[in-house]
Design a protein around this ligand. Structure first.
Ligand code: AMP
Length: 419
């Protein structure tokens, strides 16, 4: 094929070099997403940017492409770490590192990208940093550890990226962030992304950025998430596992991320589904890093069909081509709801989000809808119509009125929730 015969790809119009435009095209990016179209030209001008963007908006390439473009312009003169990308979770670190490497593949020299995160042995990461890294993608705690061991020098960093700033603060990284950013040169560029902007996030942006331009991806929580088809299915709590199995089988769903409230429920429901012949696995904070990586790999490769995850474990998680997310247990807040269902919003491709609502959780779901500024019509599935249609006065799932719940009660409830 003669590339000259093709019209200029839209990414070229943003000012990116041909090598980057080509790599983006090879990843299937035909047109920039809204956050990319807004961020990339500003970043290439050297401006600081605050981006309101959730997972699935294409924010990784929104900072990854200009980062690589500018790094490539300075090479080989820039011999030290040029860009630092801070992220809240190990999984996100791995995904961002992978995306940056893939986008850099057609640059004249390979870009040295180091990915560092806690929860695994520090030695291989120290070895990986030997000889320097041009781009470091890191969770803050482990990076500080490496700085203290003299494995990293940050005094030449020209570009700082904060990805999922709200989650970074939620995870309790405020101190680490302050200590790390104090080590960076004052003259630097900053790109800052967050799905939500509570006061603490605004304050952080103010201290780290210089005269930033604010850009919003249109799919902010307030505007709703148009690429995601949302459903709310009424079902009794005890019927949920059966219904889940039914929907997976009837819908032919091949990759499903199911959110549950507890580690126990994640193991318990996974176990039930496995016994029913579905390739299912639990994903929660008690699993070793190796086990978590394996589960994600298997979901990606198709060896697993269903992953039962807790919110904590699923933070920042991005699995390409994740068509369905199920709220088996409802999230605690509207913000968590947005984050959860955002897992399935893949840059314009339609995703499906299904929430299970029972008589006892109806009021809570209504609150989430109110905060989201939208209403999701209730549906029923034949054979799974709820019997408890009126909110019960006493706790619905085995809880005993009038005394504190014992551990045994709680286990029994969790088991009942597991169907
Ligand atoms: P992110 O929000 O960075 O996690 O990206 C979400 C998903 O969108 C990833 O699977 C990306 O590969 C994909 N993506 C990013 N930019 C584009 C684009 N311009 N066109 C199509 N897909 C994209």
């Amino acid at each position: 094929m003669n590339p000259a015969a093709l019209p200029d790809p839209p990414f070229a119009a943003l000012g990116l070099s041909p090598a980057l435009v080509r790599a983006a095209a090879e990843r299937g990016y035909a047109e920039p997403t809204a956050i990319q179209a807004a961020t990339i030209p500003l970043a290439l001008q050297g401006r600081d940017v605050i981006g309101c963007a959730h997972t699935g908006s294409g924010k990784t390439a929104a900072f990854g492409l200009p980062l690589l473009h500018q790094l490539d312009r300075w090479r080989p003169a820039w011999r030290r770490t040029y860009a630092l990308v801070l992220v809240p979770t190990r999984e996100l670190a791995a995904q961002v590192g992978e995306t940056i490497r893939a986008l850099s593949r057609h640059l004249a020299d390979p870009v040295k990208v180091a990915v560092v995160f806690g929860g695994v042995s520090v030695n291989p990461q120290m070895l990986g940093l030997r000889g320097g890294a041009e781009v470091i993608v890191a969770t803050p705690g482990r990076l500080l550890d490496l700085v203290e061991r003299n494995a990293v020098k940050l005094d030449d960093v020209a570009l700082l990226v904060l990805d999922e700033a709200d989650r970074l603060l939620d995870e309790g990284f405020a101190d680490e962030l302050a200590r790390l950013t104090a080590l960076l040169p004052r003259r630097r560029q900053g790109l800052f992304f967050s799905a939500t902007f509570p006061p603490a996030v605004q304050e952080l942006a103010q201290t780290l950025l210089n005269d930033p331009v604010r850009v919003d991806a249109p799919a902010t929580p307030a505007a709703g998430l148009p690429a995601i088809e949302q459903h709310a299915v009424e079902v009794d709590a005890a019927q949920r596992t059966q219904l889940l199995r039914h929907l997976i089988e009837q819908g032919g769903w091949q990759r499903v991320l199911v959110f549950v409230a507890t580690r126990y429920a994640s193991e318990h429901v996974a176990d039930k589904l496995r016994r029913a012949g579905l390739a299912a696995a639990a994903f929660h904070g008690d699993l070793s890093q190796g086990a978590r990586t394996r589960v994600l790999g298997e979901l990606r490769s198709g060896a697993l069909r269903v992953v039962l995850a807790t919110d904590m474990a699923a933070r920042g998680l991005h699995i390409a081509d994740l068509p369905v997310v199920v709220n088996y247990d409802l999230p605690r807040s509207a913000v968590d709801y947005t984050h959860r269902i955002g897992r399935t919003a893949r840059a314009g491709a339609a995703g499906l989000a299904v929430s299970f609502v029972s008589a006892s959780t109806e009021a809570h779901f209504r609150l989430i809808e109110k905060r989201q500024g939208q209403r999701v019509p209730r549906e029923r599935v034949a054979g799974f119509e709820p019997r408890d249609t009126v909110a019960p006065v006493s706790p619905p799932e085995g809880g005993v009125k009038g005394r504190r719940k014992s551990k045994k009660d709680k286990l029994r409830e969790a088991a009942a929730r597991g169907g």
